[in-house]
Design a protein around this ligand. Sequence first.
Ligand code: NAD
Length: 264
Amino acid sequence: MQKLVGQTAIVTGASSGIGKACAIALGLDGANVVVNYAGNSAGADEAVETIKNEGGNAIAFKADVSKQDQVKAMFKAAVDTFGTVDILVNNAGLQKDARFTEMSLADWQFVLDVNLTGQFLCAQEAVREFQRRGMSGSKALGKIICMSSVHELIPWAGHVNYAASKGGVMLMMKSLAQELGPMKIRVNSIAPGAIKTPINYSAWHTPEAEARLLKLIPYKRVGETEDIGNVCCWLASDESDYIHGATIFVDGGMTLYPGFEDNG
Ligand code: NAD
């Protein structure tokens, strides 16, 4: 049975990887979907087509989540097309890796702007829309799902901008959950471990790289984007109505300190 019929979701950064899988999963679960993209529209168009082919509703919308005017335009398009927004999946994110002393201020700022400020801007517009519209077809006034990472918890040398952004997402999510819970707005995070997408292609695309990666994963499987899409649908649905302010780790056990397994 479809769990999200009559609801509308915006998924940011949904032209590839995890965002695309979440958009498709939400669409197949009955939600109208705004498939956000920042650059080339091809992946977003594919997601829209997949949803429509299964009888769902979706549009693609170009917006840079770190730009407030573009975020506002995306929410306006969602409301103009589907009436309101019920679910925000704050997924857009990127990496600009460098050893600490080589990291430029521009690369620090760029990652924080997209990964953290982008989530702030989209969450703010979502909350404003939830409040304007009032209760609709869900137990909650609205739902916000932040795409975090195991690196909201695990430090990551050579990726200090990315780790700082995800640490920021963790406390932004929890602070929003504390503030918005009384309004019946549910806020949670998904923290993926290693999922096969373009962002970490070099970490899994050769057998040697994959073997190195598997040492960090007790469950001995690199994740697929559908692993996240499934959790996203459940977290957006009323089945998870009492989950609030939580980070759901979807990581095959990466956060279990696997280095200790054979250490004495
Ligand atoms: P991805 O590169 O396929 O997806 C990221 C998407 O964000 C891309 O479609 C990109 O175009 C979009 N994007 C980048 N800047 C944007 C902007 N300014 N505005 C709008 N969209 C923008 O990689 P992914 O792995 O699917 O990453 C999705 C999210 O999952 C990210 O937040 C990432 O940090 C998180 N994550 C991924 C993994 C993993 O193993 N793949 C692990 C932990 C967390």
